[in-house]
Design a protein around this ligand. Sequence first.
Ligand code: SR1
Ligand code: MG
Length: 421
Amino acid sequence: MTAQDYAPLTPETLAARLGALPVLAGLVGPAESWTVKEVGDGNLNLVFIVTGAAGQAIVKQALPYVRLVGESWPLPLKRSFFEYHALTRQAARDPGSVPEVWHFDEAQAIVVMEFLSPHVILRHALVEGRQTEGLGERLGLFCARTLFRGSDLSMTAADRKADLALFAGNVELCDITENLVFSDPYFDAPMNRHTPGLEPAVARLRDDLSLKVAAQHLKLAFSSRAETLLHGDLHTGSVMVTATETRVIDPEFATYGPIGFDVGMLIANFLMAHLSQPGHEAAPGDRAGMQGWLLGVVETIWGTFCEEFSHLWRTERQGMLYQASLYEDQGHALAAEQALADVLGMIWRDTLGFCGVEMHRRILGLAHNADFERIADTGTRAACEARALAMGRQLMLGAGALPGIDAVTAMARRMNKENHL
Ligand code: SR1
Ligand code: MG
């Protein structure tokens, strides 16, 4: 099959086109028994749930354009190739963390995978005030394992360089991040939008010269520091949960970049979930418990990440960076510990910076999040968003003064009570 044969699936054509796939026939049942529903609510792709006599599957297909914007913004199908390769690596590096992939068709840009049920998108659960047991631990482990094991701390130099070359082809999705995350929020870019009433806070932010410089320093780090294979879009819309289970999905933005990028983006989305909770109250104060839980998750993500990263540093450091032959084997284990503390310090500062830009772009750029968007009253929404903008600024400019995650969650608690409009 050639690339020219590509055609988007529809619920009506899916069974005829994929019914002969042995893996689907085996795991879902005969095509005659299938019902197909398109459920994609993301910005880019088609997502179908296929239900048959024997089971269910997800069929995800890339469209040749950005779904959120339309055909005027073409986007290559090959993002599906990067998603497939990222999923296989994440499954190997952190078993059980991602859905199982059952089939990949490069020409049709289709990934067939396990249907996670009764999982829901984490962001929706958080907006509804629902909690998941073990969430922070699971996400902290995912970050530490995938980010450590995808780097020169763990891989052979040859393998890591081959992987770097492979993922270097994900040019257009990186371009989205480079523009939408690091540049557009900081000027009046054509695709930007913001909540009515937020104008004073937006103007202050865009007039902040130090902030514009900090944003470009972070963009330089993202585009040039190929430390590890990133998920690349690790927000609460890329996580599916039940009350007790957590899985990470949707790594089509996978690229090599700084370790702190994934961790920072993830934490940003929990901080925004925290700051948006007052907008979802049914009665005054009824989201206070949820807000406290969300900050606990932030602390656990970072704490677990550090703990597991340190464990892997001490037990799996087989790459060409900070070799044991230089430290432990020379009787200099203390130097390895010193180096670990320095590396975690660097990741911490990066994390705070990336966390800040993610908070800005979800409020000022093209791609907003449901946490704020689902607040119907625009006055309340603007008040919540203004706090997030102010917090993002402090994280980007004040990273050096924030000694640890407790200082970040304390800042969130304080900001939640302040007026930043
Ligand atoms: C045009 S794509 C906008 C955003 O959606 C994706 O989920 C990424 O977060 C991207 O930045
Ligand atoms: Mg996505």
